[in-house]
Ligand binder design. Structure first.
Ligand code: TXA
Ligand code: MG
Length: 324
């Protein structure tokens, strides 16, 4: 959906919802209102659409995204709910609460959207237009806030247009957002933990749970540069990673980009044709596949430091940092 140079702005009527759902299904990028802020949506199962989403935002790093679904049944197909998660979903969905839960095997969410993690952030928004779009599309939609990286989250369609005009396919306009701050994020992986304060008050959550929320062990501000090893919200390969390799030696696996040199050992190619969108879509799944194949060392060919290459190199640099 990159043929159209402009960004269409459509009022949130029935025909616009159908156009938006078709655009998502074709791999396009659609900004839509939620009760918190406007989100920039892509088909969660389409790795290349997700890669284009990071490119449109101009994010220099891949942060894991929230998968938006129409209802709790759709959420249960993607993640495992423990008792606390069930309690919170029953009390606060649809609404401004995001739950981070263990991903189910085979859930239709691209590895890139999860930054390679085994957990997934899920949210059922309450905004009628968001709900109508999710129902019409019929699958999970990943959506970070619809702003350029480093800018504040947009609470009306004009903000989105100012930031993303010409970079996305479509904006569904339904006026200002009622809540105006992002959703509260709670992880239910172990004991319920507050990862991000937001539009749902902590006290309301604690009252329903009957216990205080835990706080994460390390502050995890994904917009700030983080020392290698400190960032817990990304997949880290078990293998030792060597960057800017012209080729691999015995005992290494090769993670290639573009035309690869002859190599007898295990080789995966991020993008044989040297396409950065394709490479981003393959990054986490290839790292995982090499880990799963038992590689103890991975030689990575250079990736150009432009466009999505910046975020790919950020991730590879972290993957290559000494493990602690
Ligand atoms: O209100 C909202 O939540 C808005 C609307 C559009 O739904 N979305 C939003 O997305 O704020 P974003 O991408 O700007 O923020 C998502 C946050 C990031 O801080 C990310 O690190 C965290 O969710 N996150 C996503 N998946 C995670 C995971 N598996 N574990 C820990 N944190 C996760
Ligand atoms: Mg954001």
């Amino acid at each position: 959906m990159t043929a159209e140079p402009g960004t269409r702005l459509l009022k949130a009527e029935k025909a616009a919802i159908e156009t938006a759902a078709a655009c998502l299904a074709a791999g396009g990028l659609v900004a839509f209102p939620t009760e918190t802020v406007y989100g920039l949506g892509a088909d969660a199962g389409n790795g290349e659409a997700v890669a284009r989403l990071y490119a449109a935002k101009g994010r220099p790093a891949f942060n894991p995204l929230i998968a938006h679904v129409a209802d709790i049944d759709a959420a249960r197909r993607i993640a495992d709910f423990d008792t606390d998660a069930e309690t919170l979903a029953a009390a606060f969905w649809p609404g401004p609460l995001t739950l981070v839960l263990p991903k189910r095997p085979g859930a239709p969410v691209a590895a890139l959207a999860l930054a390679g993690l085994d957990s997934v952030a899920l949210r059922v928004p309450s905004h009628p237009t968001a709900r109508a779009l999710l129902a019409a599309f019929g699958g999970p939609v990943v959506a970070p806030s619809a702003n350029r990286s480093g800018h504040v989250s947009p609470t009306d369609a004009g903000h989105v247009m100012a930031d993303l005009r010409g970079r996305i396919d479509l904006i569904v306009d339904d006026g200002p957002c009622a809540v105006g701050v992002e959703s509260t994020i709670v992880a239910c992986l172990d004991r319920p933990t507050l990862l991000r304060p937001g539009g749902l008050a902590r006290e309301a959550i604690e009252q329903v749970l009957g216990q205080p929320l835990a706080l994460p062990a390390t502050p995890d501000d994904n917009d700030a540069p983080v020392a290698p090893g400190m960032l817990t919200s990304h997949y880290a390969p078990k293998a030792k990673v060597r960057l800017n390799a012209a080729g691999a030696s015995a005992g290494e696996a090769l993670l290639a980009f573009g035309p690869a040199p002859d190599f007898a050992g295990t080789t995966l190619n991020l993008s044989p044709r040297g396409d950065l969108v394709e490479a981003a879509a393959n990054l986490f799944s290839h790292l995982r596949a090499l880990d799963a194949a038992g590689a103890t060392a991975i030689a990575v060919m250079p990736v150009p430091h432009e466009g999505l290459g910046e975020a790919i190199n950020d991730r590879l640099r972290r993957a290559a940092a000494p493990k602690n």
